[in-house]
Design a protein around this ligand. Structure first.
Ligand code: TMP
Length: 244
């Protein structure tokens, strides 16, 4: 499957049409932004790592019954995916307080929750991705109540499965953001990416951050952290035999 016209360029990925109207090619970039694009940079090698990591994890989630947009990795940075209309919700699941949760509620980073918390943000850069609840999402026509219930169920299942995968690699899954889309027939699928850009990953023993917080907080060793997260994952997870 060949890339055709560029349909969309986001902060970290480009999306191309293909000969098949139901399929797209996603190309991962090394560009990094934070704080709604205010901070800009480049993390060398990130695109290839995020592509590979997303695909390994989505293939595993698919095996466990979570529908995803993944079709096939086509190159180091590119993946063929099913065309899905992205629902403009950032679905965030947290196991430990960090980032905007700590800031908003004035709690120390590292507070371990008894149960995962789930929140939605409205994916809208000009509004700075405001937090919203189910009623708000329905009022804005973003999704139906039934779709939100399914998204919630999938996101919590993703948390359980990813938590287990990372635990086996000696990494704590602190929190993550996922996005969902609708296929032509309305089926809800997990889309976007699952990578150190979109997850907080801490070394289970030392607490060292192996994710984009190193870039957000100017902690240094950004590239090495992405490489380390990917190495941990490939040691703890066997790539699926088919479909890659
Ligand atoms: P937060 O604590 O900044 O709200 O982030 C929660 C999780 O979501 C964290 O793993 C990083 C991820 N995230 C994104 O993937 N994209 C974003 O735009 C933001 C703000 C967070």
């Amino acid at each position: 499957m060949e890339k055709q016209e560029l349909l969309y360029e986001g902060k970290a990925k480009k999306v191309y049409a293909t000969q098949d109207p139901k399929l797209l090619i996603v190309a991962y970039k090394d560009d990094a932004t934070a704080f709604n694009g205010q901070k800009k940079g480049n993390i060398q090698g990130k695109g290839a790592i995020n592509n590979r990591m997303t695909n390994l994890l989505m293939a595993r989630l698919e095996q466990e019954g979570i529908p995803t947009h993944l079709v096939k990795e086509v190159s180091g940075r590119e993946t063929l995916v099913k065309k899905a209309a992205i629902i403009p919700l950032e679905v965030i699941v947290r196991n430990i307080a960090a980032g905007s949760f700590s800031k908003r509620y004035g709690v120390e980073e590292g507070l371990v929750f008894d149960a995962p918390t789930l929140e939605f943000s409205y994916k809208n850069d000009s509004l700075r991705d405001p937090l919203l609840n189910d009623d708000h999402a329905i009022a804005l026509g973003l999704a139906s109540r039934e779709e939100l219930a399914l998204i919630r169920k999938y996101a919590l299942a993703v948390n359980r499965l990813l938590g287990k995968i990372w635990r086996a690699c000696g990494v704590t899954l602190v929190d993550f953001k996922v996005e969902f889309g609708r296929l032509e027939d309305g089926t809800i699928v997990l889309a976007d990416e699952i990578s150190p850009d979109t997850c907080r990953l801490w070394d289970a023993r030392t607490g060292e951050k192996l994710d984009k917080d190193r870039f957000r907080q100017d902690l240094g060793g950004v590239e090495a952290a992405y490489v380390q997260a990917m190495e941990r994952l490939t040691k703890g997870i066997q790539p699926p035999e088919q479909g890659m």
